[in-house]
Ligand binder design. Structure first.
Ligand SMILES: Cc1cc2nc3c(=O)[nH]c(=O)nc-3n(C[C@H](O)[C@H](O)[C@H](O)COP(=O)(O)OP(=O)(O)OC[C@H]3O[C@@H](n4cnc5c(N)ncnc54)[C@H](O)[C@@H]3O)c2cc1C
Length: 336
């Protein structure tokens, strides 16, 4: 690991000062915030990230709470751990899909340390990206080696020029629940829909996965009360049952009318695209329908329309379709 300076600011002003890069610093050498360290330290050990300074966020007050807003919504501080999220009674009761998504992540040990902000900002797990010796597109190189190489775990939607998949299990569920993110920087506070936070490789800076600038941090996530919340669920398929990232995942949230018809639906796919992949046409196909096997199958078919598998990952299409069907059944409380 390259040597670095460690600082533990007590205030946000000090955080933003410490995060300022020297002019001309390479993006992967700029100072980085650290929360639980479950991802940052690994990327530093593998020389993927080589920050000159590591800025510990844990000394800053006010980032580690889950607070009710009095209207049924929750503000989740960036330093809330995945274990706190998973175990929080308000989350479990009002947003069951969010508790399931948190529970699906890694192991109890990692969930005890890993935080919500760190989970959303973790770097991709692509094996080319994670290999120190490989200088791929995301590390300033000229090629995405997954495009024609070992691409079993890579994108079937939204790929090109890089084919990474987004690794966070929280992100698809939070997007399905209509969450917003509060970003703080030295001179600004921005609140945007979490859906707009993540960037495709073809859109933003290819060496980053979201809109954050070097000197900005996530302060909190807000999950509003919604008609979907109670009928939300997260289903994930992983290769190793003990702990693993999603080969495919589905966050589903349904608003159900008194007549048991779906009045609104949110479906967001994980593990299949460089960003959490919302499927609005599949959502629309559910509206006004009572959930049946036919309705769920049709939505699952539509959800995977337009998928462009690489040489070794076409299996993700039937896998994800099955997850969509099952997630809809679970969210709707029916057996198909
Ligand atoms: C073995 C293993 C298995 C895993 N399995 C899963 C899985 O199944 N599903 C899943 O979703 N994740 C999985 N993870 C990832 C894990 O959940 C994340 O590494 C963890 O949540 C990161 O949180 P952290 O607080 O430790 O972040 P850190 O490691 O401290 O930071 C991660 C990144 O986020 C940045 N950062 C941290 N906090 C903020 C903030 N508030 N604002 C802006 N930037 C910030 C850091 O600079 C760094 O770039 C796994 C990790 C491991 C090691």
């Amino acid at each position: 690991m390259k040597s670095f300076e460690w600082v533990s600011p007590q205030s946000l002003v000090q955080v933003f000062d410490a995060l300022q890069p020297e002019p001309g610093t390479d993006i992967d050498e700029a100072p980085r915030p650290i929360a639980g360290g479950q991802d940052l330290l690994t990327t530093m050990k593998d020389y993927i990230t080589r920050p000159t300074r590591v800025v510990n966020l844990k000394g800053v007050r006010g980032l580690g709470q889950i607070e009710a807003d009095g209207k049924g919504g929750l503000r989740i501080g960036a330093l809330v751990t995945l274990a706190q999220l998973e175990e929080n009674p308000s989350v479990r009761k009002a947003f069951p899909g969010l508790a399931e998504a948190a529970h699906s992540i890694a192991t109890p040990q990692i969930r005890n340390l890993g935080t919500v902000g760190g989970n959303l900002c973790q770097r991709p797990r692509c094996w080319y990206f994670r290999l120190e010796e490989v200088v791929c597109l995301k590390k300033g190189g000229s090629e995405c080696y997954a495009a024609t190489g070992e691409n079993k775990y890579h994108a079937i939607f939204g790929g090109g020029p890089s084919y990474i998949v987004h690794p966070s299990d929280l992100a698809p569920m939070l997007i399905a629940l209509g969450a917003t993110v509060t970003i703080l920087g030295p001179h600004e506070q921005t609140k945007i829909s979490l859906e707009k936070f993540f960037t495709l490789p073809s859109e933003g800076n290819i060496r980053r996965e979201n809109i954050l600038k070097n000197d900005q941090i996530i302060e909190s996530i807000y999950v509003p009360a919604s008609k979907f919340a109670a009928h939300s669920t997260y289903l994930k398929f992983k290769e190793r049952d003990s702990l693993d990232f999603a080969m495919a995942a589905v966050a589903a949230a349904l608003a159900m009318g008194a007549d048991k018809r779906i009045s609104e639906a949110r479906l967001v796919l994980g593990g299949v695209a460089p960003i959490p992949w919302r499927v609005p046409k599949a959502e629309a196909s559910l509206v006004g329908r009572a959930l049946s096997d036919d309705v769920a199958r049709t939505a699952a078919g539509i959800a995977l329309e337009g998928a462009k598998p690489l040489a070794k990952n076409a299996y993700k299409i039937p896998l994800t379709q099955t997850l969509v069907r099952r997630a809809l059944a679970k969210a709707g409380g029916v057996s198909l």
